[in-house]
Structures are given as C-alpha cells and as structure tokens.
Ligand binder design. Structure first.
Ligand code: FE
Length: 169
C-alpha cells in the first residue's frame, strides 16, 4: 500500500481522495441541478462533511429579493453568468467577478430581472442562518442540509448513490 492508500484505509471510505469532475462548470440546465426553492437550484461539486464546507454552483432564475442571511464562516463567490448583488453593498457582481463574504456578515441577496439565469460558484464554509425582516432566525443552511437535499433529489431522479459518494468527503 502507498502512504496515501494507507491513510485512506484508516480514515474510511475515500475521506481524503482527490476529486476530478469533468465539465463541472457546464452551465446548461439539466437534472443534475438540485431544486433549492422556487426559481433557485444548486449543483454540488464538493460536500466536505469532515471540514464543514461545500462548493457548489448556484443558479437563480427568479428576480427579486431571495434571502437575508448571516454567515458563520467565510464564503468565496465567483460569478459565472448573469448578475446579482447585496442590498447592503454598492457593487453589482457580474460574470468574472469575485466576492469574499466574511464570517459574521449579514446581507440580503437580490437578483435583478434579466434574460439569463445568474450562476455563481460558491465556496461556503460553516453555515448561514436565514433571517426574517425583524432579524429572527427562520432556517439554516450548511453542508449537511446540502447533502440532504442532494440525496433526496438524486433518489427522486433515479441517480446512483455513487454520484454522491464521488463528491462527498
Ligand atoms: Fe451570503
């Protein structure tokens, strides 16, 4: 056994294995997009349970205010298509733009009415809490809720559990 194989065997099924996803940034719409809410989907690239973060593509078709939320960990966002912004800031993110969201920040996601979906690659560490207009918690999102939604969607669309194992760490 190589050192790598030995480590993998000790840690369990593939905990530290690398991931290669061919065509991961294919933006066309298909069954691999997991429904999140009305007019919002995500496509997971990596769900890292051990380290408490995930990387996914978010697709937003609906225009308007999507959510107000507060982050407990850092977020990196690279916009691939369309445009979006936070009510609290004066910039608009477009294809090719990078955004860092620090832990502890609360902001309100807005997607403007356009012909094309907004598609953003998000690397989300920790979780975030959805807030209502009075700042009360109305839900949470983290790598575990993402996994549950992905599992449910893959099962409903007849996909192999191996498709999740491939991106789970
Ligand atoms: Fe955010």
């Amino acid at each position: 056994l190589t050192e790598r194989e030995l480590l993998d065997a000790q840690l369990g099924p593939n905990p530290a294995a690398h991931i290669f996803l061919s065509g991961a940034i294919d933006l066309s719409f298909g069954q691999d997009w997991v429904p999140q809410s009305l007019g919002v989907w995500f496509r997971p690239l990596l769900l890292h349970l051990g380290a408490g973060y995930y990387v996914n593509l978010l697709r937003v078709r609906k225009a308007g205010v999507l959510s107000r939320h507060r982050h407990s960990g850092p977020v990196h966002a690279i916009t691939l298509r369309g445009r979006w912004h936070y009510l609290e800031n004066d910039w608009v993110a477009r294809a090719g733009d990078y955004v860092f969201e620090p832990p502890g920040e609360t902001h309100t996601l807005v997607v403007d009415e356009t012909d094309e979906d907004a598609i953003i690659l998000f690397h989300v560490t920790g979780g975030y809490t959805y807030l209502d207009e009075e700042g009360r918690s109305i839900g949470v999102e983290d790598v575990f809720t993402k996994l549950a939604a992905t599992r449910a969607h893959y099962a409903a669309s007849g996909r192999s559990p191996n498709d999740i194992e491939q991106i789970l760490r």
